[in-house]
Design a protein. Structure first.
Lengths: 186, 81
């Protein structure tokens, strides 16, 4: 069964579009929301052609934030900027966090500012943020991507790193691999 | 555990991760590619290596996030989050 809803920011989708198994995202989620402000930032051919194809098929949904969402996002940007230990976020990520919270949607991001904000700000503690690492973990544990051994699991994460020039933090990766192995009893 | 100690531990973890991620970006970067770029692009790639902040780097380079991400791939600078 697909999870219901996710909302993607720019940094996630422009990396994910380069992944050889990018279609698994559509199998995990029933709908992936793409805010207008995110779509406006996608310019490279690989990403925009994939996203527009998903919009055409109804797997992704172009989302227009309400004026109230935008006001809340602007307040969030200022709040995060006022905390010296956090990394700044900009409007597209802030919109994703605000809408993710309002609609109970999983926020897909590779933005460290957005990730740290949900870990440290009490009013964002209920927002669920997934990086590609968590998306792949979900895809493997739900057998959307089939694996038979630890080596297979490691290969899935490595493929993503190779395709997108991404490096998962080693401790997070180890934790994800162990979680998958335990869950699938490999 | 008292909240102040928890916060201190979290901040220390964030600081350590920042340093680890910066080292990874420095290590993998194709420095000869970076040095051959026009001044704004070169400065932006170096800024990204130090901070991991793609949006400010884009402003320095004068290109969109999407185009800058392609430049990062060409310069072999990994995204670590």
């Amino acid at each position: 069964m697909s999870l219901k809803l996710a909302i993607s920011d720019t940094c996630f989708i422009i990396d994910w579009a380069y992944y050889r198994r990018r279609s698994v995202l559509i199998e995990i989620f029933k709908t992936v929301l793409v805010p207008e402000q995110v779509l406006a930032e996608i310019e490279d051919e690989e990403s925009i052609s994939w996203v527009s194809a998903q919009l055409a098929r109804g797997n992704m949904l172009l989302f227009t934030p309400s004026p109230a969402d935008l006001r809340k996002a602007e307040k969030l940007i200022l709040k995060i900027a006022s905390k010296p230990f956090l990394k700044r976020v900009d409007l597209p990520e802030a919109i994703c966090l605000v809408i993710g919270q309002r609609l109970n949607a999983i926020v897909l991001t590779e933005n460290r500012g957005a990730l740290l904000a949900t870990k440290t700000l009490n009013d964002l503690k209920n927002v669920v943020v997934w990086r590609a690492l968590e998306v792949l973990t979900e895809a493997i544990t739900r057998k959307i991507i089939r694996v038979r051994s630890r080596e297979d699991v490691e290969r899935v994460f490595k493929e993503y790193e190779d395709d997108t020039k991404h490096i998962f933090p080693r401790s997070d990766l180890k934790h994800a691999i162990n979680r998958v192995i335990k869950c699938l009893k490999l | 555990m008292p909240k102040a100690i928890e916060d201190k531990k979290l901040l220390e973890k964030i600081r350590r991760e920042e340093e680890e991620f910066r080292e990874i970006r420095r290590k993998y970067a194709d420095w000869s590619f970076i040095e051959k770029q026009p001044p704004r692009i070169k400065a932006a790639l170096k800024y990204y290596i130090e901070t991991g902040d793609i949006r400010r780097a884009c402003k320095i380079a004068g290109v969109s996030v999407s185009i800058f991400r392609k430049l990062l791939r060409e310069a072999n600078i990994p995204v670590v989050v």
